[in-house]
Design a protein around this ligand. Structure first.
Ligand code: RIB
Ligand code: CA
Length: 316
């Protein structure tokens, strides 16, 4: 891992996207130069509003660019049936409103301009549907070819979460995912198989609830509700999705990968949006993805909590 990385985040906040941002702000080696927002957990106007409110709450000045409101093909899919109208629930105080506005409403152009102006190759963290990235590739494949790698939360080597076969981010725009996975840009995939090793428990929530201050209190309410997604009393641990990509940035030695050919199913009646991972390389196709297969889970969760508590100290 180089001494410093230039990082762009493409996201669909979503509370786990917010957690990824909090960790990213603690990575001193990462120069976070911009952010693009996509429809996903909720429609674009909601994910954008969430993003601007998050930046207001933490006093962040990272440029925020609005991107795609619709998938490349097919109907819009959100996770509001699980996460509620705002795309994330809280058991406490809601994110305060903001008068902030997006820096631009053309995320793909902003991303391309950043790549063109940057001396350092960009690392793109993608924690939502891949529509914005597919849009940028379609507009200027040569410039996107300068990206160091795309590190994404999405897909799975086995069962899905939004359908039996598909993980939400890929299912929400499978054609965009197919275009990104076929782009030749180096990809590092944190799928459900990996995220299910990073389990958030009531104990983790309690540690954040014990923190002083209004900002920590606001995050604690959303963390509490997030942890209860699988079971109302929170007894069933909840996987950490989006923070996994930042945990890898911070502690790469805690993760093991397998170079694998991965294709996106676009036709299947029951399997559309599935990441078809040829783990035994039966097809002989090129290994286009580094799939995260194993985490040192205890150490990764300790690292998560250290970074999160650090991020929520009043001084930060
Ligand atoms: O499947 C989990 C992913 O879908 C996460 O990125 C979550 O924020 C939603 O976007
Ligand atoms: Ca997300």
């Amino acid at each position: 891992m180089p001494a410093e990385l230039t990082v762009w985040l493409d996201c669909d906040p979503g509370f786990d996207d917010w957690l990824a941002m909090l960790l990213l702000k603690q990575c001193r080696f990462a120069r976070w130069v911009g952010m693009s927002v996509v429809a996903g957990n909720a429609p674009l106007e909601v994910t954008l509003d969430n993003t601007l409110r998050i930046c207001e709450l933490h006093g962040w000045s990272v440029p925020v660019h609005a991107g795609s409101a619709q998938p490349l093909q097919g109907a819009q899919e959100t996770a509001q049936n699980i996460l509620g109208g705002q795309g994330m629930r809280t058991s406490g105080a809601k994110l305060p409103p903001t008068t902030r506005r997006a820096t631009s409403r053309d995320a793909a152009s902003a991303l391309l301009a950043q790549i063109q102006s940057s001396d350092e190759p960009l690392v793109i963290l993608a924690t939502g549907p891949l529509t914005n990235l597919a849009d940028a590739i379609a507009r200027d494949r040569l410039t996107m070819g300068r990206v160091r790698e795309i590190v994404l939360m999405g897909g799975s080597i086995d069962r899905g979460n939004h359908t039996p076969a598909a993980e939400f981010n890929v299912f929400a725009d499978p054609l965009a995912a197919a275009q990104v996975f076929a782009s030749g840009i180096p990809l590092r995939m944190f799928g459900l198989n990996l995220c299910r090793q990073l389990l958030l428990t009531r104990e983790h929530v309690g540690a954040v609830q014990a923190l002083p201050g209004q900002i920590a209190g606001c995050v604690a309410g959303y963390l509490d509700a997030y942890q209860r997604i699988r079971s109302v009393d929170g007894r069933e641990p909840m996987p950490l999705y989006d923070p996994a990509v930042v945990l890898w940035l911070a502690r790469p030695e805690l993760f093991e990968f397998q170079a694998t050919p991965v294709d996106i199913e676009l036709q299947g009646q029951f399997t559309r949006g599935m990441t078809v991972c040829d783990l035994r390389n039966r097809t002989g196709r090129p290994c286009n993805v580094q799939i995260a297969m194993k985490a040192s889970a205890d150490e990764a969760m300790q690292a998560f909590m250290r970074l999160l508590l650090q991020a929520l100290e009043p001084a930060n």
